[in-house]
Write a new protein. Structure first.
Length: 105
């Protein structure tokens, strides 16, 4: 069975941790990956954030993807994680993927 298409306002939040000494390597690799993903998936919007503080010797990073209308969150999350395999060498621990939808107002 195919994954359902998303309604407007769906976003993926992916967070992970990395050593502060790797800030430039992580930022560069993720930004390049996000640019390639946005080119491959028209309408996809990507952002990259990181906490300014260090906890337990690590920084927390957050990738945010706003899905284009009609995109499958499951399929797009899988594509993002395939693209992110090369990032693992820069990270400490796993990547965590969360899917959120806008609330009706």
């Amino acid at each position: 069975m195919a994954a359902p298409a998303s309604a407007p306002g769906h976003e993926l939040f992916i967070y992970y941790r990395a050593e502060p000494a790797r800030v430039e390597a992580v930022a560069g690799a993720v930004q390049q990956m996000q640019a390639q993903l946005c080119d491959a998936h028209p309408g996809l919007q990507a952002r990259l954030l990181r906490r300014p503080d260090v906890r337990d010797g690590l920084q927390t990073w957050m990738e945010i993807y706003r899905l284009p209308d009609g995109a499958s969150p499951v399929a797009l999350a899988a594509a993002i994680e395939r693209a992110a395999e090369s990032l693992q060498a820069h990270l400490t621990g796993p990547r965590h993927v969360e899917h959120f939808a806008e609330c009706a107002s």
